[in-house]
Design a protein around this ligand. Structure first.
Ligand SMILES: [Mg+2]
Length: 220
């Protein structure tokens, strides 16, 4: 039996939700970046798979936590490969996490302001929404690319607050990235939750100081 995660719903009016690894299974993204891309890259440059992985992973490492890391135009240019097209190749792996739709319907029924808050650029969001029909649940869809800062970067929440109206003390934010959650905590977002197992094909992660959701059923 899973424990219920008790939240004071009467005190929450805005719910910010991350996309990849939170509402959607991170398996797609991990598979794409760590398996499919190296294979394509190896072919293009006539490298062995392990050489391709090594080169790409060092590329990835240099970019992590910046907006460029999440930017498919940046990667298309850097690697001279059409990332959007490549992402479509393995799109059958894009999957919604179990009970997410029920949770979104619950939030809607409770009249919460539901905001998708993602580091994914709008092209990727649109591509994913062609495979998982959850777009209709959101009152707003915000990509950090619109703000010019990634969610984990200093100043992100300030910028966001200049654009949309919410109260930190009445906001819940769910994200699988601990750096992102810590930036939100610094901004005093009252309710923060992590994800126990962002990628269904990998081990669960240690979410350190954050309570982690094992199933969205725990929330309603
Ligand atoms: Mg995420």
């Amino acid at each position: 039996m899973l424990n219920k995660i008790s939240l004071d719903w009467t005190n929450i009016d805005t719910v910010f939700l991350d996309m990849d690894g939170t509402l959607l299974d991170l398996h797609y993204d991990n598979h794409f970046w760590l398996e499919y891309m190296p294979m394509k890259y190896a072919k293009k440059h006539q490298l062995s798979l392990s050489e391709a992985k090594e080169q790409l992973i060092s590329h990835y490492g240099a970019m992590k936590g910046t907006l460029n890391w999440y930017c498919i135009d940046h990667w298309s240019e850097q690697l001279a490969m059409d990332m959007l097209m490549l992402k479509q190749d393995v799109s059958e792996r894009i999957k919604i996490r179990e009970h997410v739709e029920d949770f979104l319907a619950f939030l809607q029924q409770q009249k919460k302001h539901i905001i998708l808050l993602t580091n994914a650029p709008s092209k990727t969001i649109q591509m994913k929404f062609q495979h998982v029909a959850i777009e209709q649940y959101f009152d707003q869809i915000i990509s950090s690319h619109q703000l010019g800062l990634a969610k984990e970067q200093h100043g992100f929440w300030n910028k966001l607050h200049q654009q949309i109206d919410f109260k930190v003390q009445n906001s819940l934010f769910i994200d699988d990235n601990l750096s992102v959650l810590r930036a939100a905590r610094q901004y005093n977002i009252a309710y923060l939750l992590a994800i126990h197992q962002p990628d269904s094909q990998q081990m669960a992660v240690d979410t350190e100081e954050f309570t982690a959701i094992k199933s969205f059923k725990q929330l309603f």
